[in-house]
Design a protein around this ligand. Sequence first.
Ligand code: CO
Length: 299
Amino acid sequence: MEEEILQKYIQAGKIAKEAVKESKKIIKPGITLLEIADKIEALIREMGGQPAFPLNLSLNDLAAHYTPTAKDQTIFTDKDILKVDCGVHINGYIADTAYTVSFNPDHTGLIKASEEALDAALDLVRPGAHIRKISAAIEDVIKSHELNPIENLTGHGLEKYIQHTEPAIPNIRIEGNAKLEEDQVIAIEPFATSGRGLIKESSAQIMIFVLENVRPVRSQAARNVLNYIVENFATLPFAQRWIENGLKLSEFQTRLALKELRDNGIIGEYPALKEISSGLVSQHEHTIIVKDDPIITTR
Ligand SMILES: [Co+2]
């Protein structure tokens, strides 16, 4: 890997680390999810990075892809378990990291399960390591806590301006001989649950979108939104509230434009993901550059 690119990955990781540290200071029962997202995303920009995706703040049985709306009133309470998934990029070079927070001692074991699974997985990362061994380690640690890994969420590779690419790193035993390769950039993200271990798309309003194909659109309003997306987010996921705030549009105007872009196959959607049996979910994640001496950019 070129030194210049390596340094961008490391810098993105540093900013993500700082963002996580600050989030741990401000997240207390009574804070709104919107306040958390606004503060942390602003901090990322102040430090010279850009959010690689909207700060994901997924409560309880939501595993991922919840981010607040511009007027979101949802409050984090002392009963909740909250996944904080934070992405930072510098010129498209991404750091992706997550942790879980709760002030309810009932959730301690659940949080430990994904944290220890991530530690066990990180210990195995090196060029030539079998992905199936990493996956098996994640499954074994989570099951040792008498909890289930989430089967249909996986770790993933990262590339310039691409948030999810090969290789997939499953959280359960798999077959096959795929191996990690030197200089691959990967995110490992075990999810543990007290439920069955499967997620589905929730029916709640979708708040995260991504550009897929640039094509002509009819209305001026949708064209303006498309230009804003291309200039600011390229192929990385973005939040509806970023459009509302950036272009000073109402929620109604924004949703109308996004609907037109979606109906024309220009943007895709990331619905919030919910555990199918309403089990509570924990998650931990780090980004690693695969080397003999691996670089965990977000730790
Ligand atoms: Co990730």
